[in-house]
Every structure is written in structure tokens, then in C-alpha cells.
Design a protein around this ligand. Structure first.
Ligand code: HSE
Length: 303
């Protein structure tokens, strides 16, 4: 029985959309999932999961990371047929912090390292986007920083940069799950040109503010009319939590990805903002806790 080198990678959490940048903007955050992979020439499969969500993640053939790796083994006609996979998760599962994107990217990066790096980062982005369906979490998970991503015909493009502000992200994590699929089902098929123009202006302002370090512009840049208004019914108290964060000193707040976590962006007053967000959720009978996160600049890497 032959086997590959054992490789270990870590992949950051990500917050997507950032308000107006639906399916386009994302930021890598400094909590990480880790994955250790060894490939085997015979059909063995051993999967061990520890940390966040371990009770919900399958350790058989239906595991998402194995699904990604198995697909790559088949597509590349590899002589490897099996794997030992060990994952340790710190990213809350199904809470809008890119846990599925992190799993997909971890599987692709670990596979790539184990078989001699046939894929560039851009190729890994395309593979990951095809699995995830949208690039806004997988792009910052791979490249780090803040990313602006787009899909055009069959191509996926992304631009990654480090915001010019010492931003902290305060994430209020409520004690309920929300599947991205469900949060996408409530979105309308069509929107008005007026709402589209509103989002273009806000998303452009947001990126300009991040690139130039203009906190004054950031204060009005997080508004959205494409997805948050439709998803508000799935997250009790969403707008009250945004208002509480802003009253406590945040520059702005948004749904983190498809939710249910809510994220505030700030330069200071981190704990006061987190406490205000938790209190506002509690007023709607939702228990939550908060995380204070920094931007991850590196993206997925070998450790
Ligand atoms: N852009 C995606 C959405 C992110 O809002 O549905 C989900 O992780």
C-alpha cells in the first residue's frame, strides 16, 4: 500500500457580502479550521472531527471534505484512492462565517499539497467556487484580506487587498442555525433598477472607504437592499442589533454572509459593541455570544 506525504493546512473563517456586496465581497477573519490529510493507494477512509460542530459532521463517505478530495482524485486520474482525514474546527458551523467554504478550501489545498501542487491559487479558486456556488467566501479563504470577486461565463476573478483601517470585526453569534440554502430561498428572482443602483453605489463606497481608510465613508456604506431586507424575517431583531452596535460606537453592521451571525465593523469600543449586540438579540429572546475578530491577511496556508 502506497501513501502520500501527510500534509496539514489551516483555513480562515470568512464573512461574506459585508452589507451591499452580495455574492461579491468577503473578508478573511482570524479564526481557523485545520485539516491533516494523507492519501492512500488503496480504498481506505478514516475521518476524525474535533471542535466546532463535530456532532453534526459526518465521518463517512458523505463528508464534504472527502467529497471534494474524492472528486479531485477522480478528475486527475490519481493513483490514490483513499484517505486519512483529521479536521479540527474553530469556525462555528452554519452560522455565516464560511465554515463550508473553509472545508472546501481545506480539502482542495491539502489535496494540492499532497499530490505535488498541480493547481495554482487561481485554479483552486475556480474549483472551490464550482463546489460552493458563489466565490465570496472561498476567495478570502484562499487569498486572505478583503476580496472582491466575480464570475463571468466560466471564469472566476478575484482582487484581494488589505483594508487601510485598523478594523476589528465584532460578530454576534446567535444560538440557532440557518442553512445558506434556506437563506437564499427567500431572495426575490428580480429586483428594481433603483435597488440595484443603491447597492452598486454602496458597495463601491464600501470598497473605496476600505482602500483609502476613510471611516467617514464607511459610516454610510454598509446599507443593502438586495438581500438583508428579505432575510430579516429569518433573524429576529436583526435591525435592532445593527442599531445597538452603531449606538455603541460601530462604524456599521451587516448580516455575516447569509446569517444568522451579525457583524459590526469598528476601530474601538469592541466589548461595548459586542455586549450591546448580545443585549439587543436578548430583547428578541435570542441567546447569543460575541467574537472579536481581526482581518486575516494570509488566507489558507500549510502549517
Ligand atoms: N453570498 C452568500 C449569500 C454567502 O449571501 O447567500 C453565503 O455564505
Amino acid at each position: 500500500m502506497g501513501k502520500s506525504e501527510t500534509v496539514k493546512v489551516r483555513v480562515p473563517a470568512t464573512t461574506a457580502n459585508c452589507g451591499p456586496g452580495f455574492d461579491a465581497l468577503g473578508i478573511a477573519c482570524n479564526i481557523y479550521n485545520e485539516l491533516e490529510l494523507t492519501l492512500f493507494t488503496n480504498e481506505v477512509l478514516e475521518i476524525a472531527v474535533s471542535g466546532e460542530g463535530k456532532q453534526y459532521l459526518p465521518t463517512d463517505d458523505s463528508n464534504l471534505i472527502w467529497h471534494v478530495i474524492k472528486d479531485l482524485l477522480q478528475k486527475t486520474n490519481s493513483s490514490y484512492k483513499g484517505a486519512h482525514i483529521k479536521m479540527h474546527n474553530n469556525i462555528p458551523l452554519s452560522h455565516g462565517l464560511g465554515s463550508s467554504a473553509a472545508a472546501i478550501v481545506a480539502g482542495i489545498l491539502a489535496f494540492n499539497l499532497a499530490v505535488g501542487e498541480p493547481f495554482s491559487k487561481e485554479e483552486m479558486l475556480k474549483i472551490a467556487t464550482d463546489v460552493e456556488g458563489h466565490p465570496d467566501n472561498v476567495a478570502p479563504a484562499i487569498f486572505g484580506g478583503m476580496t472582491i470577486s466575480l464570475q463571468e461565463n466560466d471564469a472566476v476573478k478575484t482582487f484581494s487587498f488589505i483594508p487601510q483601517l485598523p478594523l476589528k470585526m465584532i460578530v454576534a453569534v446567535p444560538e440557532f442555525f440557518l442553512a445558506t440554502k434556506k437563506a437564499r430561498q427567500v431572495l426575490p428572482e428580480k429586483i428594481s433598477v433603483k435597488d440595484a443602483a443603491f447597492n452598486i453605489a454602496h458597495a463601491a463606497s464600501l470598497v473605496a472607504a476600505m482602500c483609502t481608510g476613510s471611516s467617514d465613508v464607511l459610516r454610510y456604506a454598509f446599507a443593502d437592499k438586495l438581500h438583508q431586507p428579505y432575510r430579516a424575517a429569518l433573524i429576529p431583531g436583526m435591525y435592532d442589533v445593527f442599531a445597538a452596535a452603531e449606538q455603541a460606537g460601530a462604524l456599521g453592521a451587516a448580516l455575516s454572509g447569509a446569517g444568522p451571525s451579525l457583524i459590526a465593523f469598528t476601530i474601538d469600543n469592541e466589548n461595548a459593541i459586542g455586549e450591546a449586540m448580545v443585549k439587543a438579540f436578548a430583547a428578541h429572546s435570542i441567546d447569543s455570544h460575541y467574537l472579536i475578530l481581526d482581518i486575516d491577511a494570509q488566507g489558507a496556508m500549510r502549517i
